[in-house]
Write a protein that binds this ligand. Structure first.
Ligand code: SAM
Length: 244
């Protein structure tokens, strides 16, 4: 099947000297092939990826006519699953290694309605026409807050009216009184569920990555023209379903 048209590289702002370089990975280096393979194996073990994708398809109200854009697709599991419920999926990432891995996986599974393209929240791929849904999981925290807001503005611009965003990421709850105890409990929970290596990655996430407070994220969402229609907390993670 011929993929619908898109404009690769249409949001290339990299000429601005102040532009945040989103291709420089923070935390885990997802350009490293062994990290990518290990990430895929870990996620297959720790997550129920099929039921995650089913919940996303439902939240976005996808039909066989829908077009979807996944930003930060990683190893492509979600994009490939959504391709079965939608007409076309664009799946983008700033890691060429992730994209190659995901592309290979889609080919092996006989999926032909996913276009994998180089692009992040701030630069690269943009759909030529507004899409029905945008998904991003565990990726927005790679950007510092100002750039998160720019990313959400770009997302809003690429959605059709009433189109939906499914955003799932680590978000810090502002109702927390004692963050040290909160983080300690999260890390112990992760250690019990996923082992020491993932617990240490969680420590590094808190220390060096850019997860933000819920009220800041919600301000960015609403000030960029989206309405939160559902918010769910899943331990350390939050899901925001938003509508344009
Ligand atoms: C933790 S993985 C999550 C992958 C996948 N979404 C999942 O749920 O398993 C984070 C992904 O975000 C990508 N990423 C990092 N910064 C990004 C950016 N600015 N724009 C798009 N993707 C980005 C990384 O390359 C990596 O593939």
């Amino acid at each position: 099947m011929e993929p619908p048209p898109y404009e690769p590289g249409s949001a290339n702002n990299m000429n601005n000297p102040w532009q945040y370089d989103e291709t420089a990975q923070i935390g885990t280096d997802y350009r490293d092939e062994s990290e990518v393979r290990a990430y895929d194996e870990r996620m297959q073990k720790l997550r129920n990826l099929a039921s995650e994708a089913a919940a996303i398809a439902q939240s976005l109200a996808l039909s066989s006519d829908s077009t979807v854009w996944e930003i930060g697709t990683g190893t492509g599991e979600c994009a490939i699953a959504l391709a079965r419920a939608a007409k076309h999926v664009y799946a983008t990432d700033v890691s060429p290694t992730m994209l190659e891995y995901a592309r290979r996986k889609a080919n092996q599974r006989g999926i032909s309605n996913v276009t994998f393209a180089d692009g992040g929240f701030l630069s690269g791929f943009r759909p030529l026409h507004p899409v029905d849904g945008i998904v991003t999981q565990l990726a927005l925290h790679h950007l510092p807050d100002f750039w998160k807001s720019k990313a959400i503005a770009a997302i809003a611009a690429c959605l059709r009216p009433q189109g939906r965003l499914y955003l799932r990421d680590v978000v810090f709850p502002s109702a927390t009184v004692d963050y040290d105890s909160f983080f300690q409990a999260i890390i112990e929970g992760v250690r019990a569920h996923a082992g020491e290596a993932v617990a240490q990655q969680t420590v590094q996430h808190i220390k060096t990555e850019f997860s933000t407070l819920d009220w800041i994220l919600e301000g960015m969402i609403t000030r960029n023209g989206l309405t939160v229609v559902e918010r769910r907390e899943e331990g350390f993670l939050s899901v925001y379903v938003c509508e344009k």
